[in-house]
Design a protein around this ligand. Structure first.
Ligand code: PLP
Length: 447
């Protein structure tokens, strides 16, 4: 009876929640890397539309979701909340486990929750084309889907090594109608210069960001988009937690643990932020973040100002960081290999409101396979980190307690990773302290 909780379409939330007014301590502002003064909205206006800059700094607790965005959301929303009863049995859990299923979106992950409004607000301000970078290809897929919905052009710079090793995502992106360049590409000055220096260069995320930003900054009709980390992205993702609240209320259940994986932090934040007020009001509810031991930003990073990218093009943000020059090991959860985390999430971490845990990739793939063999669905490698943490938490939880985790995406385009797993080819990486210390030396000194 309460196995799959589906909200009636009419009950889909029509506002996003903005946590900024409710943070116990104000968010440290992003700084101009040259002057080290708080960045002005005018500076951000070169690459972002005004509506998103307003959201980035908004003091309003609730932001109405525009009707055209609601209409696109309805292609897959509201998403189901599912009781993982077979998984409970397999691990001998005494508590209940539910998962919020964001894998049912067109792109197969939570990312369209923000790509759709980002495309919409740009379109409303006369922008004709969006540019972005993508690593493993999930954000590129989500943005090309959103652009196809609003009749916009989309240019994706995809790290060349992923473009060659993961052909399926770029095929999907091209079928949505986007233009995709393996990065480094001759399409930008940054890319062309790199190719001249090193024709065999396989690219990096930092380089792809530089290309996408240059594209937006040098074309009047083009703006840049980012799929995680920024405040407006987290705000859009709160639709996940707001729906979950309604679904749990419908069956009279209060969650004791909310669990998610953290790359830049947007899916996890989208689940937990709507419950922030409950936690601050003293309700017993734990926010559990799960990350790879190969990229342990929340568990071992330093809380300080750092650049968002390797090329030092972005504003400085105060966050838990492993250093912008940090090169994470090539783990299969490509979406969790970011050196920093969303400033909102890091702010809450500093307040002691988040319990962060780190896991090896093989134990996460073990958890993913158990999920596949019990619940039947194949999770994305990123999502396997949430499943692993949910299982560990469920083993600690009491009989009357409830664990809810966020199923951020499916793994149907990640089968090569599962093949490597079956063949015993996955390596576990634990980051040596010397590597963290040396990458942190490159961070700017800001008190
Ligand atoms: C991108 C991605 C993530 C990590 O990004 P966040 O911003 O931390 O949410 C996690 N899971 C999936 C399936 C992704 O595509």
């Amino acid at each position: 009876m309460e196995e799959r909780i589906i909200l009636p379409a009419a009950e889909m939330p029509d506002k996003w929640y903005n946590p900024l007014p409710d943070l116990p301590t104000p968010l440290a502002p992003p700084l101009d890397p040259q002057t080290r003064q708080p960045i002005s909205p005018e500076q951000l206006g070169v690459i972002f539309p005004n509506a998103l800059i307003e959201q980035e700094m908004s003091a309003e607790s609730w932001i109405a979701i525009p009707q055209p965005v609601m209409d696109v959301y309805r292609l897959w929303r509201p998403t189901p909340l599912v009781r993982a009863r077979n998984l409970e049995k397999a691990i001998g859990a005494k508590c209940k486990i539910y998962y919020k299923d964001e894998s049912v979106s067109p792109a197969g992950s939570h990312k369209p929750n923000t790509s759709v409004p980002q495309a919409y607000y740009n379109k409303m301000e006369g922008v004709r084309r969006l540019s972005t970078e993508t690593g493993a290809g999930q954000w590129g897929t989500a943005l090309s889907f959103a652009c196809s919905q609003f009749g916009m052009d989309c240019t994706v710079y995809m790290v060349k090594v992923s473009y060659e090793m993961k052909p399926y995502r770029q095929i999907l992106i091209r079928n949505y109608g986007a233009t995709i360049h393996p990065s480094p590409s001759p399409a930008t000055r940054t890319g062309a210069a790199m190719l001249e220096k090193d024709p065999g260069c396989k690219g990096s995320l930092g380089l792809a960001i530089s290309e996408a930003v240059e594209d937006a900054a040098t074309h009047d009709d083009t703006k840049y988009t980012l799929g995680s980390v920024l405040n407006h992205v987290l705000i859009h993702q709160t639709i996940v937690g707001l729906e979950t609240q309604k679904q749990l209320a419908a069956i009279g259940v209060k969650p004791d643990y909310l669990v998610g994986c953290v790359g830049g932090g947007s899916n996890f934040a989208g689940l937990v932020l709507p419950f922030l007020k409950n936690k601050l009001a003293g309700e017993k509810i734990k926010f559990v973040a799960s990350e790879p031991k190969a990229c342990p930003t929340l568990t071992r990073g330093q809380y300080r100002y750092d650049y968002g990218d390797m090329a030092r093009l972005t504003p400085l943000m105060k966050m838990h960081t492993l250093g912008h020059s940090f090169m994470p090991a090539p783990i299969h959860a490509g979406g969790l290999r970011y050196h920093g985390d969303a400033p909102i999430l890091c702010n809450l971490m500093e307040e002691g409101l988040i319990d962060a845990r780190a896991y090896f990739q093989t134990e996460c793939f073990d958890a993913a396979q158990l999920f596949l063999r019990t619940q039947g669905f194949l999770p994305a490698p990123e999502t396997s980190h949430a499943i692993k943490a949910a299982i560990e938490v469920a083993k600690e939880a009491g009989p009357d307690e409830t664990v809810v985790f966020l199923y951020s995406g499916h793994g149907m385009l990640d089968l090569a990773s599962y093949d490597a797993y079956l063949q015993g080819k996955l390596t576990n990486f634990e980051l040596p302290q010397e590597d963290i210390d040396s990458a942190l030396k490159d961070c700017p000194d800001i008190p």
